[in-house]
Design a protein around this ligand. Structure first.
Ligand code: NAI
Ligand code: PHE
Ligand code: K
Length: 351
């Protein structure tokens, strides 16, 4: 229930709204404003109920707080979820524009204490609309004067994270290694192309058969069915679809050596990281590995960085992961706990 979701949440503010005309339910969670205004993308998809939408937004907002803190960015964590009345691709243009209009009104009401950006189900063109309507939105298209999508720098960062993680697992390059990519969207496809160029054997899956076919023909990828992904052996597993993929049971069996991807809230519970650690699987915590998008948006739009400066900071994910791996090893804790500890130290210092 919503009472339980909010009752167990440690964030600052959560607000929700239902729009009868579009049938969309909006929920915005501001997890922390300690380091700066809350920031985090707008996720638009279908949910089984409004409480699950609130649950997703509050937990994703918490992950944004950690992401900003560990990346050294002067922002807090927030997230918007729009629970759609039908799958995104089924909505008419008129319905979607109505939804964006309402969302812009929500953003205006928060008056800059929350900045949104693209996430699953939204893109730069939607940020153009939100911004033009007075909403606080990062990631507008270059044509509209923005820095463009966050996905390429997210993919860059995931690629850096894969390399840092395979070294921790004891191998130096990806040549001939089995790299399993779940989700061939804006980030996943880009990562798959990067590792294919390094000689990896790409294994890929997506619920969209057109995306699979493209990976098969362009990247020579082996395609597996979405339901088989967690039992397919790999050297590196790269989750780039949605979250809650690895629960304790999956963590006990996932046939891989390394997990490094973009999916926010990959772990259903932090304890799944312990189960991976017990089996010697190297996990790059999601909020470290996928920080490239936040670095791009906040770097370009708040800190005035150039594209080169953004790229250099994204390369810094390697050093951050090395710190995480060293702390996990010396304290005998999971990499997830180590990364949370490093992020919360930064949050404490900046009170
Ligand atoms: P996207 O929406 O472009 O791609 C997601 C892909 O996953 C789609 O092709 C979709 O068909 C596929 N998919 C969905 N459910 C699936 C399933 N059960 N099995 C296989 N494939 C499935 O999203 P994007 O931007 O590539 O993001 C991917 C993930 O990375 C999301 O979890 C997002 O929150 C996270 N992320 C994205 C960032 C960005 O800058 N775009 C930054 C940080 C995290
Ligand atoms: N949604 C992306 C993420 O989870 C990109 C983003 C970052 C959007 C920061 C808004 C603000 O990191
Ligand atoms: K998107």
């Amino acid at each position: 229930s919503i009472d339980k979701v909010i009752g167990e949440w440690d964030g600052q503010l959560s607000c929700s709204r239902y729009d009868e005309a579009s049938g969309a339910f909006f929920t915005i969670a501001l997890h922390s404003l300690r380091l700066g205004p809350a920031a985090g993308g707008t996720r638009a998809m279908q949910y089984v109920g409004h409480d699950t939408a609130v649950d997703d937004a509050t937990r994703l907002a918490g992950a944004m707080t950690l992401k900003m803190a560990i990346a050294g960015l002067p922002m807090g964590g927030g997230k918007s979820v729009i629970a759609l009345p039908a799958p995104r691709h089924v909505l008419t243009e008129g319905q979607w524009q109505r939804i964006l209009e309402i969302h812009a009104e929500n953003l205006r009401a928060l008056n800059g204490s929350y900045w949104t950006g693209p996430d699953v189900g939204t893109a730069s063109v939607d940020m153009d609309v939100l911004h033009a309507a007075g909403g606080y939105a990062f990631g507008r298209s270059e044509e509209a004067g923005g820095p463009g999508s966050s996905a390429p720098e997210t993919a860059h960062g995931v690629h850096v994270a894969i390399h840092a993680s395979i070294r921790e697992a004891g191998f130096d390059d990806l040549s001939g290694r089995r790299v399993l990519v779940q989700g061939l969207g804006a980030v996943g496809y880009d990562v798959a192309a990067r590792v294919a160029a390094e000689g990896a054997h790409v294994i890929a899956t997506d619920v969209d058969p057109i995306r699979c076919e493209r990976a098969r023909t362009e990247l020579d990828a082996e395609i597996v069915a979405p339901r088989d992904v967690l039992s397919t052996p790999s050297d590196v597993f790269v989750p780039c679809a949605t979250g809650n993929v690895v629960d304790d049971a999956v963590a006990g069996t996932l046939p891989t050596q390394v997990v490094a991807g973009a999916a926010n809230n990959l772990l259903a519970r932090a304890t799944a990281a312990d189960a991976l650690a017990r089996r010697g699987v190297v996990l790059a915590p999601d909020f470290v590995a996928n920080g490239g998008g936040a670095i791009h948006l906040v770097g370009r739009e708040v800190l005035g960085w150039s594209a080169d400066q953004v790229a250099a900071h994204v390369e810094g994910i390697e050093g951050t992961l090395k710190e995480v791996f060293d702390l996990a090893r010396s304290e005998r804790i999971s990499t997830e706990h180590a990364a949370r500890r490093l992020a919360s130290e930064r949050l404490r210092i900046h009170v």
